[in-house]
Design a protein around this ligand. Structure first.
Ligand code: BES
Ligand code: ZN
Ligand code: MG
Length: 519
């Protein structure tokens, strides 16, 4: 017995988004869950550290007339966690992917990683059957976690590669997960994790798409399309005239050097009690960061196409939460602008007046993220009075230097909140680590001619946070995430291929899950 549960490929959303482009979705993956293994040609199995075969794998071994066990022994496969082995010619199977699970009881995060390892090992993009029974774990519906890991680990961005007719990737492939109690796993995947994977992969699409193709206006339209038809969601797009009325001089200032006008994109998902204050997620959405007049050096500048990672994570999270149908009030505010040098651009030394009324002296036009966020967080607070405000931004090279690709920087005014964030991130598979914010960082942004200045030396990540903090109400529960180091990976991880990570969707989703009031 089996149930086909998903036919939506992850290219689907982007193809809707960029409907005018010649993009056609080709590499679609469908997931299914079933109880017993079918007569699949390609399978994946898991083997623990002691090399002992689970009941399900023992059955597979019997089908190969014991040659699987011999092959594992001959390969001296020790079953270390994440170790992969690809076996061919063990009839009746064409290929068997073997992934080690180690000796410890498997966590949710590790199960997801195992699914990702299978995806990466299946580099020929075959339809495969994954034998998910008999894993050493207390996690319920573990097969759904494997499938989620697979959905993340198999992501690729192929739309600009010329396709050949016989390209394997063009075929629809089916990944089946075999496990007892598969209906519950199907349920969890279908109603929850599938949407989360789509949210993550949407963010990856946005961060990978070149700056030529994504700018504030069409990002906003894409978000509108993404949320079309989802219950309890409203999308509002603020243009220049409305921003002027709200005196958003910082967001307008950053956007004024580009031929593409800035936008403030607001997504509300109101499904909680009507008297419940929402959680607000505020994202930096610079569709390309040249640095402006304070031009960035040539080297690595191309990667600044992903300077909208914060906004993309906000959209991806709202998508996951809204599709899941959580009973929560959640608001996303995305500050979209392109930071370009031109005759119209703001200059170093210019003073911008923000929506809050406070003025900022621009020291470097390359410190643009904090400028757009100053107006966005003010808007979020004035309009929604959130019970928790999280801003997320590729804000500083300083954060990237401090943490590398392992941890996003988290800055709060409340140590307990920082500890909560570390715990949530660890479980969700996206780690955060704190840096300080104290009065010295606020002192460093004192300006001679304005209320504050936009930047002021080291430590850059804390000083960037101080600029944003200047606009956050003192008693507001506030979390600042600087994701400059983690949004783009030079080296693949099990559930994150090299390139844009879609960082933050899993993290923010986990924060929202944990911060829901009991019904
Ligand atoms: N978008 C950059 C930060 C960044 C750097 C993101 C590397 C990803 C990788 C941001 O707008 C920026 O340019 N920050 C400056 C601030 C400085 C001028 C105070 C920086 O970190 O150098
Ligand atoms: Zn930037
Ligand atoms: Mg910059």
């Amino acid at each position: 017995m089996r149930l086909v549960i998903s036919k939506i490929g992850f290219g689907f959303i982007l193809s809707c988004l960029l409907a005018y482009s010649a993009y056609a979705q080709t590499n679609s993956t469908q997931f299914e869950f079933a109880d017993v293994a079918t007569s699949a040609e390609h399978i994946a199995i898991f083997v623990g550290k002691d090399g002992e075969l689970s009941k399900a794998v023992t059955n597979i071994n019997a089908k190969t007339k014991g040659r699987l066990e011999t092959a594992l022994k001959d390969a001296e496969f020790e079953g270390k966690f994440g170790k992969k082995l690809h076996l061919y010619g063990l009839a009746p199977f064409k290929s068997i992917i073997v992934v080690g699970t180690g000796e410890d009881e498997l966590s949710v995060r590790q199960l997801r990683d195992l699914g990702g390892y299978v995806a990466q090992a299946n580099s020929n993009h075959h339809s495969i059957s994954v034998v998910g029974d008999g894993l050493n774990t207390a996690v319920e519906q573990s097969a759904a976690q494997l499938a989620f890991g697979y959905a993340l680990g198999s992501y690729s961005f192929d739309k600009y590669k010329t396709k050949t007719d016989d390209d394997d990737k063009n075929q629809t492939r089916t990944i089946s997960f075999h496990t007892e109690g598969f209906e519950a796993a199907k349920d969890l995947f279908e109603n929850d994790l599938r949407h989360l994977a789509t949210g993550v992969n949407f963010a990856r699409d946005m961060g990978t798409e070149p700056g030529k193709s994504i700018y504030p206006e069409n990002y906003a339209q894409g978000v509108r399309k993404l949320f079309k038809g989802i219950d309890n969601v409203k999308v509002e797009i603020m243009g220049v005239a409305q921003m002027k009325r709200k005196n958003m001089g910082a967001l307008l200032g950053v956007g004024q050097g580009s031929i593409h006008d800035p936008r403030l994109v607001i997504v509300t998902y109101m499904s909680g009690a009507s008297d419940e204050a929402p959680i607000a997620l505020v994202g930096k959405g610079i569709t390309f960061d040249t640095g402006g007049i304070s031009l960035k050096p040539n080297s690595g500048q191309w990667q600044m196409k992903s300077d909208l990672s914060g906004a993309a994570a906000v959209a991806g999270t709202l998508y996951a939460v809204a599709k899941r149908g959580d009973k929560v009030n959640l608001v996303g505010v995305m500050a979209m602008a392109e930071n370009m040098p031109s005759g119209d651009a703001i200059r170093p030394g210019d003073v911008l007046k923000t929506m809050s009324g406070k003025t900022i002296e621009v020291i470097s036009t390359d410190a643009e993220g904090r400028l757009v966020l100053s107006d966005a967080v003010t808007y979020a607070q004035e309009e929604y009075d959130p019970r928790l405000l999280i801003d997320i931004a590729t804000l500083t090279g300083s954060a990237a230097r401090a943490m590398g690709e392992d941890y996003a920087v988290v800055i709060t005014r409340d140590w307990d909140l920082a500890v909560d964030m570390m715990r949530i991130g660890k479980a969700a598979g996206e780690d955060v680590w704190p840096l300080p914010l104290n009065k010295n960082h606020y002192k460093a942004i004192k300006s001679d001619i304005a209320d504050i200045k936009g930047s002021g030396g080291n430590p850059g990540a804390s000083i960037g946070a101080a600029v944003i903090g200047t606009f956050i109400d003192e008693d507001r529960k506030w979390v600042h995430l600087d994701i400059a180091g983690v949004d783009w990976l030079k080296k693949a991880r099990p559930t994150t291929p090299k390139g844009h990570a879609g960082w933050g969707v899993r993290f923010l989703d986990a924060v929202v899950r944990e911060n829901q009031q009991a019904e």
